[in-house]
Design a protein. Structure first.
Lengths: 252, 354
């Protein structure tokens, strides 16, 4: 009886076991990025930039050259790499605290300059690594370690919709928001990541995929409830879809 | 090459290009803005990249990214902007990335002013950012010396995989002097096998990071850094002495303050006072040797600074209580006059016979 391989590791990831909590979707997003790098055959031409937060150790998981950036500065570090090596693929992998809070300036200006890099922006509406504090993307009413009574717009302000905001900048080439709460959406996530790297390959400029992700540990939900929470609470606040496709808009 | 008349900030920039630096990331701040503008014109001519960053914080992190690819790269700033780069400098040290960071010091603290000062001495020589570290600090006192020390800075950076600081001040940055760019010995830039440039053709993936979650592993990494600092202390100390052999008193100063102090010393010699000079060129590692050699035979030292007294602490450590150490300084961007330094010299030497 012959055996047929139906599922394999991607060469885009190392065999190191990840440290992510059970039910966290970082692992899925890592895999989607790894598969895209493998399928485009660009692993050897890629330099990734890890950020600070739960994904700080992503440099141990992506099977390509990696640099670890200071908190929030990944787009600046990626800019430095890409300006020296314009023919390499450069991507950042950042959470919502890293990108939307401490690193918002670097994200905005890398986008405005049209840096030909790809940003994987993982939004789970909370700080994971430091123990569940409010993020810029925390929803109104959401309880966190630093909003124990729920985020109150009058006190903590309103959530930032990063994809919508960055898509207003002329320097951006491709921006899409996707989700990981079920299989069809995970498949769309991979397509979006592929599209972002293809955008970089063609030299069109700044591309970003915002991926809605779960944090069962800090949300206080089990993995399955967490996926429902993304669908029921995050997707309405952060609508999915393509926010910028400069090539399509240019009719090409 | 013939001599050319240039402004200090532009000399730093041209010297860096001369030393093979093709990448500059910076942010405008007085009194170093001419350096940024010079690079914006110059680097495209040599096929390099000039990029004006959105902030000093972004600039130093762009330097971090570029340094990770193995090229010679630099940024420059002045005191408040240099403070913003400190986090990035700590990361460069931790990840062992070579780079040149220029600080054209101005009056502080806070926004201070845009006049020349030496009040960032503590910050640049004692680490400055978080963690156990030092960065080599080179302090030129003439525009010609800027050329030599800029090249030396890149060599030290590459040799030890460390950020290096070139410390000037608003006066050195703004003044004009004739300088000569000598032909550099052609040298093959060493292969930086640690660089992250994509793995094509060079094996397994590499990582540049300063993170080590395991305490024992991080302690080992720190021990490695400390060994490196010990080697730099052993090999890279630079200083200049002037008439210290028969000196009763020794004035010590660096950079702009050393130039003015030198005039005061020469005047004192003419007046019959036996005064010498120790001019530290590396501020870290601090040149202890000329103090050790003279401390048992001189009557005292005078540290002259454009600060409230910073280098004087290192002078006292080097003199180790074996001779009196006095201090004279002006702050807030006030440059000490030759005459007032002369008066200080006369005072500590117990007067001049007229």
């Amino acid at each position: 009886m012959s055996m047929k391989t139906v599922f394999e590791r991607t060469s885009g990831l190392t065999e190191t076991q990840t440290h992510y909590c059970p039910g966290c979707t970082h692992g899925i997003i890592h895999r989607m990025v790894g598969e895209v790098l493998e399928e485009m055959d660009i692993l050897e031409d890629t330099v990734g930039v890890a950020s600070v937060g739960c994904s700080v150790l992503s440099y141990e998981y992506f099977n390509c050259d990696m640099t670890q950036a200071a908190h929030g500065r990944a787009p600046a570090v990626a800019t430095g790499i890409k300006r020296v090596l314009p023919d390499r693929f450069v991507f950042t992998y950042q959470g919502d605290g890293d990108l939307a809070s401490i690193g918002i300036a670097e994200a905005v200006h890398a986008a405005a300059r049209g840096e030909n890099i790809t940003v994987i922006f993982v939004n789970n509406a909370i700080y994971g690594m430091t123990g569940g504090q409010m993020a810029p993307t925390t929803l109104i009413g959401q309880k966190t370690a630093t909003t124990p009574f729920g985020r109150n717009a009058a006190v903590q302000g309103l959530p930032i919709r990063v994809s919508e905001m960055l898509s207003t900048l002329d320097g951006t080439a491709y921006i899409e928001r996707v989700s990981t709460h079920d299989v069809p959406n995970i498949i769309r996530t991979k397509k979006a990541i592929r599209k972002a790297f293809e955008t970089q390959k063609q030299g069109h400029g700044f591309s970003m995929v915002e991926v809605l992700s779960s944090c069962p540990t800090n949300w206080g939900l089990d993995p399955s409830e967490s996926l429902d929470w993304i669908k029921d609470n995050m997707v309405p606040a952060y609508p999915l879809g393509v926010y910028k496709d400069s090539q399509k808009e240019a009719g090409q | 090459m013939a001599k050319v008349l240039m402004k200090g900030n532009e000399v730093i920039a041209e010297a860096a290009v001369h030393a093979g630096c093709k990448y500059f990331f910076g942010y405008p701040i007085t009194p170093q803005s001419e350096l940024v503008a010079y690079m914006a014109r110059r680097l495209p001519e040599v096929g390099g990249v000039f990029l004006q960053a959105e902030s000093e914080v972004a600039a130093i992190n762009m330097v971090y990214g570029a340094a990770g690819t193995g090229v010679r790269v630099m940024t420059s700033s002045s005191s408040p902007g240099f403070s913003l780069k400190q986090e990035g400098i700590s990361y460069l040290v931790g990840a062992e990335l070579p780079a040149l960071i220029v600080n054209v010091v101005r009056g502080g603290p806070g926004l201070g002013n845009i006049q020349p000062a030496q009040s960032d001495y503590f910050q640049v020589t004692k680490g400055g950012g978080h963690g156990d570290y030092y960065t080599p600090v080179l302090a030129p006192s003439t525009l010609q010396e800027i050329i030599d020390l800029t090249e030396a800075a890149f060599e030290i950076a590459d040799t030890y995989r460390t950020p290096v600081i070139l410390l000037g001040d608003g006066m050195l940055g703004q003044m004009m002097e004739p300088v000569e760019f000598k032909d550099l010995t052609e040298r093959e830039p060493g292969q930086k096998e640690w660089a992250t440039t994509g793995t094509r053709g060079d094996g397994k993936p590499r990582t540049i990071t300063s993170l080590d979650l395991n305490a024992d592993a991080l302690e080992k990494r720190n021990e490695h850094l400390q060994k490196k600092f010990a080697m730099i202390r052993q090999n890279e100390v630079r200083y200049e002495t002037y008439e210290t052999e028969d000196a009763d008193y020794i004035v010590t100063a660096y950079g702009t303050a050393a130039r003015i102090a030198m005039n005061a010393i020469q005047k004192a010699r003419k007046a019959g006072l036996k005064i010498g000079m120790i001019r530290p060129i590396t501020l870290w590692p601090f040149p202890e040797q000329p103090f050790i050699e003279t401390r048992d035979r001189v009557k005292g030292y005078l540290s002259v600074e454009m600060s409230a007294g910073q280098m004087v602490e290192d002078v006292r450590l080097a003199v180790d209580g074996r001779a009196p150490v006095s201090f004279f300084g002006r702050t807030g961007g006030v440059v000490p006059a030759q005459e007032e330094i002369y008066e200080q010299i006369v005072n500590i030497s117990g007067g001049v016979e007229v």
